[in-house]
Design a protein around this ligand. Structure first.
Ligand SMILES: Cc1cc2nc3c(=O)[nH]c(=O)nc-3n(C[C@H](O)[C@H](O)[C@H](O)COP(=O)(O)OP(=O)(O)OC[C@H]3O[C@@H](n4cnc5c(N)ncnc54)[C@H](O)[C@@H]3O)c2cc1C
Length: 390
């Protein structure tokens, strides 16, 4: 029997985005050009990009991970990755605001909340009337999230929450907080997840962090003092919080991987624009070979890690567990963002360190992608666990 290599039964990977997603990407590119021109000013003035986020909401960028029956566009994780690369290539502060809202709050509520809970919160979250924040980290629990101490005590028909959450993205702007708190002594099974609304008595915004990068994205402490949380604001079951936190982070890491791809692309574009000015007397490209090698390696890695990230996003859209794949995307893309940003500063020389050029902001923004939503070393442990667990 002969085999035909073009047989329809041979399944090949399709590396093209659907027409719908290509159109969506173009729409987001136009949004970024029209609304994110203030990226340098948001950074310099440490100013939240409120108008840019409002325009994103208007375009439907704050509802991509929500089902249609709850006011979302149900476009999913791959579409969110495509969108976040475009936004972050221009403004990483706006990018992380949208990423957290979609991947750490909306996705979590969509997957773990009851119908009644979804009907209560999605109308505000999908329109951008409310922004969401994800409150896991504390003073003594970052990488070791199960060490959290914030406490939720059941008293009749409500819980009383006491504690302080640190380094919360969008903390000062958010109206809805997903809060992880201790409801029992077991390190892992003693953690539960709650929705806490900003206006409830005892909810306060504490100190705002002064950061290396992402300065337009406010990162704050959230203080919870005797906050009475109705029992129907518990997400999932009591004791399910840690599972919810980790599952959600798989999606969050796709967002930060895409942010990293956008930042890497911004850096590569700066290098390309700079090298394009170096021409010989006849107008032919004349950049040094080492600079061309740098550009070639960075551009190749950008393509490779985008595919790695999109593969994980497709798995998550198919509801297949993708912890290791998402960690591969995040760890590779975030390291690339840092490498590309360092290269941009080097290749541009004096212009690279000048505050007048985007390269130095891109370098500062890139650094954080290797820390939050799981530091690079933690991602490598997640990948190794995936490889070693049968
Ligand atoms: C800008 C920004 C925004 C953030 N936003 C949020 C948010 O919205 N919500 C939220 O809950 N948190 C948020 N965080 C917190 C973030 O998730 C934590 O910073 C992160 O989990 C790392 O925790 P840590 O900073 O305490 O570092 P640590 O846990 O102290 O780790 C420091 C370093 O030690 C190494 N390390 C630690 N443990 C291990 C280990 N077991 N094995 C190997 N190496 C290890 C890692 O290399 C790591 O880089 C944010 C952080 C930043 C910087």
């Amino acid at each position: 029997m002969t085999t035909n290599s073009t047989s329809a039964s041979v399944q090949v990977a399709d590396f093209e985005l659907s027409e719908e997603l290509q159109q969506f990407r173009q729409q987001v590119r136009e949004y970024a050009q029209q609304h994110l021109g203030g990226a340098a000013a948001y950074d310099a003035e440490v100013k939240f990009p409120r108008d840019a986020v409002a325009a994103a909401a208007k375009l439907g960028l704050l509802r991509t991970t929500v089902a249609k029956e709850h006011g979302g566009s149900a476009m999913g994780n791959l579409a969110s990755c495509v969108m976040l690369e475009e936004v972050n290539a221009v403004c990483a502060s706006t990018g992380v605001t949208i990423s957290v809202h979609n991947s750490l709050v909306n996705s979590l509520l969509g997957k773990w909340c009851s119908e009644e809970q979804k009907r209560r919160w999605f109308p505000k979250l999908t329109t951008g009337e409310w922004l969401g924040a994800y409150c896991l980290s504390e003073a003594f629990s970052g990488s070791d999230a199960a060490a959290l101490r914030c406490e939720a005590k059941k008293e009749g028909d409500h819980y009383v929450i006491n504690g302080a959450k640190l380094w919360i993205t969008t903390g000062s702007e958010a109206d809805l907080f997903v809060v992880f708190a201790r409801t029992g002594p077991d390190r892992v099974k003693g953690i539960s997840a709650f929705v806490v609304e900003r206006t409830w008595p005892g909810v306060g915004v504490g100190k705002k962090e002064r950061k290396l990068g992402l300065r337009g994205s406010p990162t704050t402490e959230i203080v919870l003092q005797n906050v009475k949380v109705p029992a129907d604001c518990l997400i999932g079951q009591e004791g399910e919080g840690f599972t919810i936190a980790l599952d959600t982070l798989d999606g969050g890491r796709l967002g930060i991987a895409s942010q990293s791809l956008g930042i890497a692309r911004a850096a590569i574009d700066l290098i390309k624009a700079h090298l394009a000015t170096q021409v010989d007397p006849k107008g032919r490209p004349n950049a040094s070979q080492p600079d061309q090698w740098t550009l070639a390696d960075l551009a190749s890695d950008l393509d490779a890690y985008r595919l790695l990230t999109w593969r994980a996003a497709v798995l998550r859209d198919r509801q297949v567990r993708c912890s290791a794949e998402a960690a591969m995307g995040k760890s590779c893309a975030s390291r690339l963002a840092n490498r590309a940003a360092r290269a941009a500063v080097s290749v541009l020389g004096l212009a690279g360190v000048s505050g007048r050029n985007a390269a130095e902001r891109v370098l500062r923004d890139a650094r954080i992608t290797e820390i939050y939503e799981g530091a690079t070393d933690i991602q490598r442990l997640v990948i190794a666990r995936g490889l070693l667990t049968p």
